[in-house]
Write a protein that binds this ligand. Structure first.
Ligand SMILES: [Zn+2]
Length: 277
């Protein structure tokens, strides 16, 4: 299924709003589940372009959730990048000069399958203000991956997530990435809520880990600014190459079944018993 078709399907679900627009102006949809009340879970997929399988997976998972607890899902954040990685340069409305720039960043190759960044060559998951620019793999010029951007929040996609986070008092934020079958938690010295993070890892059968070299990520930003639990979920086995094959979607769906409900349980525990707000 083409990404534009997936976007049409997402937008045809109930309770869809727009949290912002991509660099190329495409509306970024968010699906709101459950009844409105305090707390809540935010789940964001396809932060990295080549990890677009997470968008397809979240679209499937949204449809199985029937709980009351509020959950907002942005299945595909980096829409421009995902289209570039999956479907190529010709599927994007680029001016000649923009095409030339994107091709140059990709060393002249028209194979963009390993592209992670947005269409400007900024890696959204190092563009958040959480020790911005201090990550081990950060680079300071536009590229298919790891460029931190000219300043934090320089990208529309990053701003869209910030706006979503600011609009609601989320108890738990989860970013879906691929791959490695791991769940990351904590930021810097903050390693609170390990037990709750472990609950999600156990549900998936994934390993729980910390990310000592990660800065500027969505999980990092939420953890740093709120002191609450932010998680990164790395979907899928490392034995597959990037981009994770869409033929594995059904198997991932099986493995992730019930994960949204599990996330709401964790959020509820954190909100009512743990967080000092
Ligand atoms: Zn990623």
């Amino acid at each position: 299924m083409h990404i534009n078709k997936l976007l049409d399907k997402i937008c045809s679900l109930n309770n869809v709003s727009v949290v912002g627009r991509t660099t190329l102006g495409t509306p970024i949809p968010m699906v709101s589940l459950g009844n409105k009340k305090d707390g809540g879970v935010l789940i964001v997929g396809a932060v990295h372009a080549r990890e677009y399988i997470t968008a397809y997976l979240l679209y499937e998972l949204i449809q199985e959730y029937d709980g009351d607890y509020p959950v907002d899902v942005i299945p595909i954040l980096n829409i421009d990048g995902a289209i570039l990685s999956k479907e190529g340069l010709n599927e994007l409305p680029l001016k000649v000069r923009e095409r030339t720039t994107v091709l140059r960043l990709n060393d002249g190759s028209t194979d963009f399958s390993l592209w992670k960044a947005n269409i400007r060559g900024v890696d959204i998951n190092v563009n958040f203000p959480a020790d911005w620019g201090k990550g081990k793999y950060n680079i300071t010029h536009p590229a298919p991956a790891n460029y931190i951007g000219p300043c934090p929040f320089s990208e529309w996609e990053t701003v869209a997530v910030m706006d979503a986070i600011n609009a609601r008092d989320y108890a738990l934020v989860i970013a879906y990435h691929s791959k490695g079958e791991e769940v990351y938690y904590g930021f810097g010295d903050n390693k609170y809520y390990k037990k709750e993070a472990q609950m999600l890892a156990n549900h998936l059968g994934y390993k729980l880990k910390r990310t000592p070299h990660s800065t500027g990520g969505l999980k990092d930003y939420f953890t740093l600014t709120t002191g609450r639990l932010g998680l990164t979920v790395e979907v899928g086995k490392d034995s597959f190459l990037h981009p994770y094959p869409l033929t594995e979607l059904q198997s991932l769906k099986k493995q992730h079944s019930g994960v949204i409900a599990q996330a709401t349980e964790i959020a509820d525990i954190l909100w009512t018993q743990k967080y000092v707000l």
